[in-house]
Design a binder for this molecule. Structure first.
Ligand code: NAP
Ligand code: 8YV
Length: 268
């Protein structure tokens, strides 16, 4: 009897087959990698996501994470908490954002919002995507490796799918270089995590910040042991206001579908 699903979970072909009268899967999030959208399509089931309503929130968090990594904000806070300020000054941060060049891996809805914030920080922006993005004038690089060569901060904001899987690999990280900073706010699957851990351990890159990991919420001991890695529990969009806007869009998609037969934000 179920004709519509609102979800924040994995929806695979078995799940879909268990609901023979399903018409619409309204997924809570802009990334819909957890939904087997190709299978849904083959069954003429529509899939919707929640684009745009979270762009600024995720971009804000990205800049917060970048600053946290480079200027050691979480560590400095822990230093005060442990009452160590009374004993000594906090050490100067080895890294700075000044005079850096920032590369965005992905220049979509959220990437553009991140780029505008980076510009406001006075830093040049370059990017890689499969084709040049319409309406932006930032330097475009046709490969991720060429982008990594040209920048010393790399921010990943691409979807998690087969085309991006483990693309931030040992080559990309070593090209980014020993002053390099890597930030991931896209999906954990985009990164070869073993290569990232090795690069952070060896000083192949300087530091990294992850809002997403491949096997959430299971953070490996190897990751937790790294002083130069800051990990957030996938909170890019996680404010009450933005998550409410996302939930409203899920509901509005379902209502529109059942009232008019046209969803508001179907995935491509
Ligand atoms: P979007 O508007 O679809 O932008 C995606 C960008 O990635 C485009 O520039 C696209 O350009 C590029 N891209 C896709 N596949 C690529 C590939 N194989 N190689 C190079 N570039 C590729 O998506 P969005 O709304 O900005 O969201 C992006 C992703 O962020 C989501 O899919 C989700 O996984 C993630 N996200 C995370 C959080 C969080 O809480 N951390 C929150 C929201 C979203 P081309 O198609 O031209 O290549
Ligand atoms: C959410 C996200 O955390 O929209 C996305 O793609 O990754 C985040 O906004 C998630 O989808 C909701 O669980």
């Amino acid at each position: 009897s179920i004709r519509g699903v609102a979800c924040r979970t994995r929806i695979d072909s078995r799940f879909i087959d268990a609901l023979p009268n399903l018409e619409i899967i309204a997924s809570y999030g802009v990334g819909y990698d957890a939904v087997d959208a190709a299978y849904a399509r083959s069954k003429k089931i529509i899939v919707t996501n929640t684009p745009d309503v979270l762009n600024d929130e995720v971009a804000d968090l990205t800049l917060g994470l970048l600053l946290s990594v480079v200027r050691e904000i979480p560590k400095a806070h822990a230093f005060v908490r442990k009452r160590r300020w009374q004993v000594s000054e906090y050490p100067l941060s080895r890294l700075t954002l000044r005079n850096r060049r920032v590369g965005l891996y992905g220049m979509g809805r959220i990437g553009r919002c991140i780029a505008r914030r980076i510009e406001a920080f006075g830093l040049p922006v370059a990017y890689h995507s499969r084709r040049p993005a319409d309406g932006v004038t930032y330097d475009y690089f046709p490969s991720l490796l060429e982008l990594a060569q040209a920048v010393d901060v790399l921010i990943a904001i691409v979807p998690g799918d087969a085309s991006t899987a483990k693309t931030v690999n040992a080559d990309v990280l070593s090209t980014l270089g020993p002053e390099g900073v890597f930030i991931n706010v896209g999906r954990g699957t985009v990164v070869d995590e073993a290569a990232l851990i090795a690069a952070l351990r060896a000083g192949t890159i300087a530091a990294a910040g992850l809002d997403v990991i491949a096997d959430e919420p299971n953070v490996s001991e190897d990751m937790l042991a790294l002083e130069n890695l800051t990990i957030l529990p996938h909170i890019g969009s996680a404010s009450v206001a933005t998550r409410t806007a996302m939930a409203d869009l899920v509901a509005r998609n379902l209502i529109a579908w059942f009232q008019s037969g046209a969803a508001i934000t179907p995935v491509p």
